[in-house]
Design a protein around this ligand. Structure first.
Ligand code: SF4
Length: 311
């Protein structure tokens, strides 16, 4: 029998799920130790000024061109971020999480985005082929792209078959169960956020997310052989304790050789003004950015596990 390389990770995902449930139980009825929701399913925190709940995304098709409808916050060409080379980057609107450090709170409401069809985005990406085909490609980020997984699938299949483009999915793994095998088969690279290394802190940092979703998606990426760049945001006083960074590094190492690199992203405050403009409180007020030494210490913890890590 051929050994299943993702089996240990899948088992870890189940362990994480069970641990998460135990943590919820230990926190008692009504509220978790972190003040977050006690349901293990991803739910936005009921923050003052938070967006009202939206109807879930459902596949809908454009009457003119027959392709799927999606909600797009914005598009831009980027270089050196969001995947290798020069990228045509599509920011989808909508996210079920409410990360404490989110610097794009304006992308969290799905229907605040522009309603467009997959074919129109594929055509638009085609205008940049001279720049992005050889060393770059298409990146879909957000928000959380997997909230509109059917739309992303159609984009990736379209740009690969029509333009021969490299495809990158930037995801928190929230809604990972919506990602079809066909979508993963047409994904060349995943930028996978590991926001925390244990279920309780993960839920707190992400505003109700489940670490088990990250590990379950990781197991599927291993099965499909999809390359991964792990991303971890280093926040002083929240995620930077060496023991905690070691937990994240252990999870990244569990993904095995599909992990091409780990990016330690120093927390920054670039999105703070957006919260003021939206009339929402900023949860990390007063949190400093990490020092060079703090970042380097964290990078070293990943490297100790044989991972290629950079900041
Ligand atoms: S997953 Fe990304 S877009 Fe969603 S709340 Fe977190 S940081 Fe913001």
């Amino acid at each position: 029998m051929t050994p299943d390389p993702a089996a240990p990770l899948r088992a870890l995902g189940r362990l994480v799920d069970a641990q998460g449930a135990a943590d919820h139980d230990a926190a008692g009825a009504g509220a978790s130790a972190t003040g977050g929701p006690t349901s293990p399913s991803p739910q936005p925190l009921a923050m003052p000024g938070a967006l009202p709940p939206e109807a879930p995304y459902e596949d809908e098709f454009d009457v003119a061109d027959g392709s799927r409808i999606g909600f797009v916050h914005s598009t831009e060409t980027t270089s050196g971020v969001n995947g290798p080379g020069l990228r045509y980057t599509v920011f989808l609107s909508g996210c079920g999480l409410r990360c404490l450090y989110c610097h794009n709170p304006d992308t969290q409401g799905m229907r605040l985005g522009e309603r467009t069809s997959a074919k129109r985005v594929i055509e638009e990406a085609g205008r940049y082929l001279a720049f992005i085909r050889r060393h770059g490609g298409l990146t879909v980020t957000g928000g959380e792209p997997l909230l509109q997984a059917g739309f992303v699938e159609e984009l990736f299949v379209g740009v690969q078959s029509e333009h021969g483009l490299h495809t990158t999915l930037d995801t928190s793994a929230n809604n990972q169960q919506k990602a079809s095998d066909r979508l993963l088969a047409h994904t060349d690279l995943v930028l996978l956020d590991i926001k925390a290394g244990n279920p309780e802190l993960y839920e707190r940092v992400s505003g109700g997310g489940r670490l088990a979703d990250v590990m379950d998606l990781g197991a599927r990426l291993m099965e499909h052989g999809v390359a991964v760049w792990v991303r971890f945001v280093l926040v002083p006083g929240l995620t930077d304790a060496p023991d905690h960074v070691a937990q994240v590094a252990d999870l990244a190492a569990e993904l095995g050789p599909i992990v091409e690199r780990v990016e330690v992203l120093p927390y920054h405050r670039l999105g703070v003004q957006k919260y003021a403009a939206l009339g929402r409180p900023y949860a990390l007020e007063g949190t400093p950015t990490p020092t060079y030494e703090q970042v380097e210490r964290s990078v070293a913890i990943f490297r100790e596990r044989g991972l290629v890590a950079l900041a």
